[in-house]
Design a protein. Structure first.
Lengths: 732, 154
């Protein structure tokens, strides 16, 4: 069946869009629509193969199933994208379901990156906003057309509300109309609603996944169970990049339940009938690693080298005026070195992946974040075409960037195991690769270590006259396919984002970058470059404000002349925090302080005011965080609030505790006793305020993170006079 | 042959299952009760919280050999009490979960708290819940939902 193809303009955007229909009436499945835009449409127009998979399915059982092209890892995309469809469809929220879309870049391209299906950089809602609304509006128009034909009334007289189509004195559910709607032609154009008519967008309503995630029925990769499935646990090298010299599988195959011992690219896998048997086998396995291989450096060596590099100019990322000259001529000068450690993502669900390899297909079950890259990497490894690799999307128990692996590391590892079993003549055996917590924490792919060397000056009138910012650290893109997107003229944009686009009006400003290569695997970590640039810039600007004898909020406001959205969140946070009122004093022996920070990431603007108490023995408590966020139109304000609350707690864990260190190449932290998480008793009260906006929506999964640590550091400085320039915080 | 009761059902542990197998992996791999989660394996995170004889324990550090014959085990799948219903309703009402992976453990711990303390203070909540890590840091809502559930029970 050839998909019918229609082209229609989108009001105001000038973007043409094609709508594909797959009429599934013959199977009784009801209406199934696929809509896509941008590059995928261009590819289709150029004759590339397009699989008319669906964005929305309306079942004869009256369910509306929205196929979500992004990974649900907690950020709420399984609620946000269905909201867009439900809004334009006028569905009842209770009939809406979310389902993970398959891997198909032609259909499910991330329109913010493309051509690539994947989730990250807080792009899910932003890139899907018109696409998913158009899918909903198209389905609605076809339901209306079907009702009009059936009832012999003018389509214009038909109304749709909460999943019920009414007109000419008759009414029908979506389910009752689904089959007839599927036979309707796709409308040439669809109109999207005016914001004033929204019934869901901008309102609070329930997440689609809360119930299943509260009663144990939500399925994560860890929970996938298939007939005949085996579990694999892998012996990884103690040092990154070390190669296997030899291993003794005899000692392991005697363990009950162990079936296979297979060498994989980064170690040796023990495959067994249960996790416990596989883990016992892995722990018993004797592997000899080639001592000539593997990274043997220590954190101290890395920092020493970075300090040496920081004394020399890096590659320019921004150069306004003459920063060096201005700094030499300044009246008051501040020099600061900021140090940021390696950070593990440590999602609650340690890494895992299920793979089944057959002669002509490979099937994957995964909390899948980089569909296209993983599909291609697995296809290449097992000798199939990418379209023969099928990915089943399941919930991820967190990711924070770890499942967006630029090298597809753990997915390829799982595929290598089934490939190894297949080469022993056993195909079609599904294998679940499980990393233990220790494997996950010591397995690399960290937020890189960064060292920032900064100098800034005030002139005689206490204006910021010069700002020099040098960043030293690994690129998260180097050597991967990502580099083509992120790296130009030697600057990986993700290393300097938040610094090179400093919002403050400073005439003489330079930002430069050193990108050393180190054999420690690194990766983006929730809010990427802003994890370190927000800290360095917002602590520095605060220190300048105090040095100038000015109020930190007023000082920033004056430098944000042409940045209304920065100013908007800063003013809102300050007002809601009662910034102009004195902070209530602490008990005897306690010092209290209040600090502020503002930062934009991924097009979302966030300001936070932190209130802290520093007690005896330098015990730090963050009492309250007031957060203002401008993410354009807030599609679901409660999800926005949740992401700010969670982002604040996540960032506080890193500020208080987060540090992965290496000694002679060996990671020194193995589990939560050494790499501590924030616990409920340490969580501050959080007040979130959302700026009312009609700007296009931007993402909120990451932007709550960057301002927290500098706001807390600035509050500690206000309380104690101590400037903390290294993370995690050490007050003593 | 060791025999337990899991969610009131009698379970005979087969000889193929090693005695040192943690209860967590027996529940997950043998009984396919996957609501109980693996997070750390060292009783540091609380994702594997189940009840043994009505008391919350970390299943990852509970080898089958440590369980008494006929032990009464309750997992998230068998949680049916009034307190549990109140907690789960509050969890959904306040949209507590984000990634959700820790939430079975959080719900088990919160339900155990409310079973013995119908009006927990913030300090009571801290004491009862500090063993359960939520990496998404949904703590503001966990706290609010426990208070909300307590209110609905009164």
């Amino acid at each position: 069946m050839n998909p019918m193809r229609m082209q229609h303009p989108t009001a105001g955007t000038g973007i043409s869009r094609r709508v594909f229909l797959k009429a599934a009436a013959a199977t009784g499945a009801g209406l199934t629509l696929a809509v896509y835009t941008g590059r995928a449409a261009a590819q289709a127009a150029a004759g590339a193969r397009v699989d008319p998979s669906a964005f929305v399915k309306i079942g004869t059982d009256n369910t509306v199933t929205v196929l979500v092209k992004h990974l649900e890892m907690g950020q709420g995309t399984f609620t946000g994208l269905p909201t867009l469809v439900a809004e334009e469809l006028d569905a009842a929220w209770s009939q809406v379901r979310a389902e993970g879309a398959p891997a198909n870049v032609a259909l499910y391209n991330n329109l913010s990156w493309g051509p690539m299906q994947g989730t990250g950089r807080s792009s899910s809602l932003a890139n899907s906003f018109e696409q998913y609304r158009t899918a909903g509006a198209t389905a609605r128009a076809m339901l209306v057309a079907a009702a009009a034909a059936q009832w012999k009334v003018d389509a214009k007289s038909i109304t749709v509300k909460e999943g019920v189509v009414s007109g000419g004195g008759k009414r029908a559910t979506f389910g009752e109309l689904a089959s007839a709607a599927a036979r309707q032609p796709v409308p040439a154009t669809v109109e999207l609603k005016d914001a004033a008519d929204f019934v869901y967008i901008g309102k609070r309503f329930a997440r689609t996944d809360s119930k299943a995630k509260s009663n144990g029925t939500a399925i994560y990769t860890q929970d996938v169970k298939l007939p005949g499935m085996l579990t694999a646990v892998v012996a990884h090298p103690e040092r990154f990049g070390a190669r296997v010299k030899s291993f003794d599988s005899d000692s392991v195959t005697a363990i009950p339940g162990v079936r296979y011992v297979i060498e994989v690219p980064n170690g040796v896998a023990v495959v067994a009938t249960s996790f416990w048997a596989a883990k016992k086998g892995r722990d018993a396995l004797k592997v000899v690693w080639d001592p000539a291989t593997g990274f043997k450096g220590s954190t101290a060596d890395i920092l020493a080298e970075y300090r040496r590099l920081a004394k020399t100019p890096g590659k320019p990322a921004r150069n306004d005026g003459d920063a060096a000259k201005a700094i030499a001529a300044g009246a008051k000068r501040i020099d600061a070195e900021f140090v940021f450690p390696y950070l593990a993502h440590a999602p609650m669900e340690p890494l895992n992946c299920v793979v089944k390899l057959s002669a002509d297909r490979c099937e994957i079950w995964n909390g899948e974040q980089f569909h296209t890259a993983d599909q291609q990497a697995v296809a290449q490894l097992v000798g199939l075409k990418p379209e023969q690799v099928f990915i089943n999307q399941v919930y991820a128990g967190g990711s924070f960037g770890r499942r967006a692996s630029s090298t597809s590391d753990y997915v390829v590892e799982a595929a290598a195991i089934v490939k190894g079993i297949a080469s022993a003549g056993k195909r079609d055996i599904p294998v679940k690769l499980v990393w233990t917590r220790e494997d996950d924490m010591t397995g690399g792919y960290y937020r890189p270590v960064y060292l920032h060397a900064m100098s800034a000056v005030l002139d005689a009138s206490n204006n910021v006259a010069g700002w020099q910012h040098r960043i030293v650290g690994q690129s998260i893109s180097e050597g991967t396919a990502m580099a083509a997107m992120t790296t130009h003229d030697g600057i990986d944009a993700t290393s300097v984002e938040g610094a090179a686009n400093l919002p403050y009006a400073i005439a003489n400003l330079s930002v430069d970058l050193h990108t050393p290569s180190i054999d420690v695997p690194v990766l983006g970590w929730r809010s990427v470059g802003s994890t370190h640039t927000a800290y360095a810039t917002e602590v520095m600007i605060d220190e300048l404000a105090i040095s100038a004898g000015k109020d930190p909020v007023e000082f920033r406001m004056a430098l944000l002349g042409s940045k209304p959205r920065h100013k908007g969140v800063l003013a809102l946070a300050a007002q809601k925090a009662g910034w102009d009122q004195p902070l209530a004093p602490g008990k005897a022996g306690e010092k209290r302080g209040r600090g502020v920070a503002v930062h934009e990431s991924f097009g979302t603007y966030v300001a936070q005011v932190a209130e802290v108490t520093v007690g005896a023995n330098n015990a730090l408590r963050v009492d309250r965080v007031v957060c203002a966020v401008d993410c354009g139109l807030a599609v679901n304000p409660d999800v926005v609030r949740a992401q700010m609350e969670g982002g604040i707690g996540f960032a506080l864990a890193a500020a208080l505790y987060g540090e992965i260190t290496l000694k002679d190449g060996v990671v020194e932290q193995t589990n939560f006793h050494q790499y501590q998480m924030l616990r409920i008793n340490e969580m501050p009260a959080v007040d979130v305020h959302i700026v009312t906006s009609s700007e296009k929506p931007t993402g909120v999964g990451e932007s709550g993170v960057p301002p927290l640590a500098p706001a807390v550091a600035n509050a500690i400085a206000a309380a104690t006079g101590k400037r903390l320039r290294a993370l995690p915080f050490r007050l003593a | 042959m060791p025999t337990f009761f899991v969610n009131k059902d009698r379970v005979d542990v087969s000889k193929d299952v090693a005695a040192d197998t943690p209860l967590l992996w027996f529940l997950r791999d043998q009984l396919n009760l996957t609501g109980t989660k693996y997070g750390c394996g060292l009783a540091l995170c609380g994702a594997c919280t189940v009840y043994v004889e009505g008391k919350p324990v970390r299943a990852c550090q509970t080898p089958l050999s440590s369980l008494k014959q006929g032990a009464d085990i309750t997992t998230i799948e068998g949680l049916k009490t009034r307190e549990a219903q109140a907690v789960q309703a509050a969890w959904a009402r306040l949209d507590v979960p984000q990634c959700g992976y820790c939430q079975s453990g959080q719900v088990m711990s919160a339900t155990a708290l409310l079973a013995k303390n119908r009006k927990p203070t913030d300090a009571d909540i801290d004491a009862a819940m500090a063993g359960n890590i939520c990496r998404c840091a949904a703590y503001v809502r966990i706290r609010a939902a426990i208070h909300d559930a307590a209110k609905s029970l009164s």
